[in-house]
Ligand binder design. Structure first.
Ligand code: AHR
Length: 503
């Protein structure tokens, strides 16, 4: 395989927000995840310092919160103030303590020096609820809600600039789902009220890869939006105990990812908004989350709480399957790198991506009583967020090896090697993914009108495609080679994610 590139031949700038994360009030993401006052790792505000350190190490740029499905029946008001009363979470059918709310989220993002991004309740919520939330966060002292924030001990506004109107309200699974016409009108009216509180907001709205949904949303509310939110999970196993293997995951790294972005770009272009509105891929993960028997739309047979035993053993307990670290292998790391490469190739229109989620469930960081486990996906962010440069170059590829196979009855062919070349201060940094499960691949690098003399390769890998990390098990990690003379080609290990530095 050969690639040719030139440092003045850019696709665009990759926003650091492509390496963003998502945190939802589900299972152990917030409580027992980032926020655990009883933990021996807890700081003075109850945050786990080992989790904070791991999130700082990957330069977490933005966190989306509080949901996800959770938010579509969430009243933010219960989550602020000196007295927090527990409420029933209708999305996930558990009791929410409300001990972690807006002010705690603002504190978390301040500690991480990252952008807070709030998703509002457009399920049962109203335009007034959403704009009141903006008042609470961003007005200095006018009106009821800003004064309440001051009363709660926060004199200065939180200045939360990124807001999303709604979460997946396009789907029957969502509390307060809407049809396309309703959605356009609700987003327009909510956006107007939120922007009258703070005209500097960056506003997104829940969207999907669907023409009708987007034409209604963009024609009715496009003038108020800076982003539209897209979500994808590619291994959507409602049964949760069978997972697609490495080879199948690789077959979903081609059109299964790029096709969504291409079509959403087309909807924006059709409405003349492709220069105004960007795509926020603000939930993505190879693996869908496991939460069975939850008025499960996938089997259309809403299940009742027959009894406490059913609730405990058929609804709550199975969620612990998400904590099985053996699930998260090199398939997850290689897929995630291919996803981020696709976003970088489309960085002119994809400006944000939030890994769903960052802590526990299917996340990159797993917490336990005595520490954390960094799953394979964590190291993709460690490589990409810390080593890649901001300029994404257009590249010419020749003789790209392919992977072929059958996925859900469809014959598929994908590139076996996925390369993105970035350029910036210090030279080139190349994201190079070798998806081949067995074969190493040698890449010839041809640089137009420039010279480099040395290269260094950082390789994320494990002994096999099924390698994973767990408590007391560190199979997957990053090896960094020495600087070597550059001879024009570099070899990529089988099933590996690499960043090659050239100088
Ligand atoms: O499975 C988790 C859910 O996936 C999130 O809450 C929602 O946004 C998406 O459908």
């Amino acid at each position: 395989m050969k690639i040719t590139f030139k440092k003045t031949n850019l696709i665009g700038q990759a926003d650091k927000m492509l390496y963003g994360h998502f945190l939802e009030h589900f299972h152990r993401q917030v409580y027992d995840g980032v926020f655990d006052p009883e933990s021996k790792f807890a700081d003075e505000d109850g945050f786990r310092t080992d989790v904070l350190e791991a999130m700082k190490k990957v330069q977490t740029p933005i966190i989306r919160w509080p949901g996800g499905c959770y938010v579509s029946a969430y009243d933010w008001h219960y989550g602020v103030g000196k007295k927090r009363i527990p409420t029933y979470d209708k999305a996930w059918r558990v009791e929410e303590s409300n001990l972690f709310g807006t002010d705690e989220f603002a504190k978390l993002c301040k500690k991480l020096d990252c952008i807070p991004y709030i998703c509002t309740n457009a399920g049962t919520g109203t335009a007034e609820d959403m704009s009141n939330w903006v008042e609470y966060c961003n007005l200095r002292n006018m009106g009821i809600f800003a004064k309440e924030r001051i009363e709660n001990g926060f004199e200065d506004p939180h200045n939360i600039k990124f807001w999303s109107i709604g979460n997946e309200n396009w789907g029957g699974h969502e509390i307060g789902s809407k049809d396309a016409e309703e959605w356009g009108r609700l987003v327009r009216e909510s956006a107007k009220m939120m922007l009258r509180v703070d005209p500097t907001l960056e506003l997104s709205a829940a969207s999907i890869d669907d023409l009708d949904w987007n034409l209604n949303l963009l024609r009715t509310a496009g003038q108020y939006l800076d982003w539209i939110s897209i979500h994808s999970y590619w291994d959507f196993t409602p049964d949760g105990v069978t997972y697609i293997d490495y080879d199948t995951a690789m077959l979903r790294t081609g059109e299964d990812i790029s096709g969504v972005i291409d079509r959403v770009r087309a909807y924006l272009t059709a409405c003349g908004l492709e220069k105004k509105i960007k795509i926020a891929y603000d939930e993505w993960n190879l693996r869908g989350w496991y939460h069975p028997n939850l008025m499960d739309i996938w089997n259309r047979e809403p299940k009742r709480h027959e009894d406490e035993d059913f609730y405990q053993n058929q609804i709550l307990a199975p969620r612990n399957i998400n904590d099985n670290n053996a699930i998260y292998t090199m398939a997850d790391a290689v897929f995630s790198a291919a996803f981020l490469n696709t976003c970088m190739r489309n960085c002119d229109i994809v400006g944000m991506a939030c890994f769903s989620p960052i802590v526990n469930t299917r996340g990159a960081i797993f917490t336990h009583e005595n520490g954390i486990v960094l799953r394979s996906t964590y190291y993709v962010f460690d490589l990409y967020a810390n080593l890649l440069k901001e300029n994404v170059l257009d590249i010419w590829s020749e003789d790209v090896p392919k992977l072929c196979g059958t996925d859900r009855g469809t014959r598929k062919t994908v590139d076996a090697v996925d390369i993105v070349v970035t350029y910036g201060e210090g030279g080139y940094a190349i994201a190079a993914v070798n998806k081949d499960p067995e074969k190493a691949q040698t890449i010839d690098l041809s640089i137009i009108e420039d010279e480099v003399s040395e290269y260094r390769i950082h390789t994320l890998n494990g002994p096999s495609v099924d390698s994973y990390n767990d408590i007391g098990r560190d199979e997957v990690g990053i090896k960094t080679g020495e600087w070597q003379n550059f001879t024009g080609s570099v070899c990529l290990e089988a099933h590996s994610v690499n960043v090659i530095e050239l100088r």
